[in-house]
Design a protein around this ligand. Sequence first.
Ligand code: SDX
Length: 433
Amino acid sequence: MPKDTLTITDNRTGKTYEVPIENGCIRTHALRQIKVGDDDFGLMGYDPAFLNTANCRSAITFIDGDKGILEYRGYPIEQLAEKSSFLEVAYLLLNGELPTPKELEKFIHLVTHHTYVHENIKTFMDGFRYDAHPMSMLASTVAALSGFYPDAKHTKDEHHRRIQITRLIAKMPTLAAFSYRHSMGLPYIYPDNDLSYVANFLAMIRRIGTATYKVHPTLERALDLLFILHADHEQNCSTTSVRTVGSSEVDPYSAVSAGIGALYGPLHGGANEAVLRMLREIGHVSKIPDFIKAVKSGEGEKKLMGFGHRVYKSYDPRAKVIKRVADEVFEVTGKNPLLDIAVELERIALQDEYFVKRKLYPNVDFYSGLIYEAMGFPVEMFPVLFAIPRTVGWCAQWEEMVKDPEQKIARPRQIYVGAQRRDYVPMDKRAAK
Ligand code: SDX
């Protein structure tokens, strides 16, 4: 009868060790028993960028990269995109089950009535240069919320955790809209409790000179759907940052601001902004072959932004849905001229051995930016539009980490490759380099 164990022979000593296999993993800590002598620290695992390391058990999101599967709490993303709403998905991610009508109504009421921020946040926001990137403003103001809600440090208390999570979900659109209005030199628009989560955000972005703002239903539905697609994605770079920072038992505002910083990077959430800049740089379908050639030759470390994924080695299921949303949005806004370049770029890349061999397919960021641009958002706002919905995933993952009895402060080890022990050299003895 095969056993769920790994037998390891240390050829340095001839000793063998039996290590249990659980959930397709071995506990790396089990390697510490493998030593060559009593004063040996024991073996460690070495996995830069965690290419093959699980850092937690999670019940929130399941991804199968080879099959292109994404499920939130077991529900396929395609079904949630078609049948659910962003706040219903937020409830699902946070609580593990779809809400009853009453539960959803109460959740929406709670979020709706926490959208305001302290007036001092405006002064804080005004301190930024007019051209400050909204992601840097968002990361800073979210961290600043920690100073407005001192009770947030009671992370072991469920009531305190949940009120902070509600505030984060509710205030993110307000802070995002304030950062946009600041960068446009426009007055801030306050939240309108009579509007839906997405309509309220769009009104805070767009409203000028009128008492109300009518959101086009197609655009409202499209952005709600995009928010569903971006809500969570298991242990990506920004979620790992939130879990790592949160493991020190700091408040969730400080942990989420670390996630915003990670998402800001062009290899992660900043990719949607980088895709638009890439399409503009290409400029015309006739220029695509030269661009692809430059990417393949490694010229200037060019990448095909919006392509590739650490986990998906087939089509990102979110990209398929986004492509459909794009058609609906362009019906209303008019087609984005860069779409032709994007579609042709995808067609060529999917036939090119370089990309096929490396299993590089369009990811969630490849088409989303085209929609955001068609909706009138500047490219700098694209990663902010990613951060708003991902706040739900960050909060759900943060709370799962806080409640996980196996988790403690994250503190990896290292392989030291620096100078060996040596004595201090007086200034007059130091040779010029
Ligand atoms: C998101 O993790 C998540 O779940 C993230 C996310 C989420 O929802 O949270 O899904 C959101 O961040 C999507 C990814 C957005 N980023 C981009 O579109 C930026 C472009 N993509 C790449 O930078 C890259 O594909 C990554 C960062 C997404 C993944 O990088 P990996 O897994 O570290 O892969 P790698 O860099 O080791 O690449 C393997 C090979 C290399 O070539 P070789 O050294 O083998 O010759 O593929 C090449 C890379 O040069 N490659 C690319 C490429 N991506 C990888 N070549 C050209 N263009 C690309 N986009």
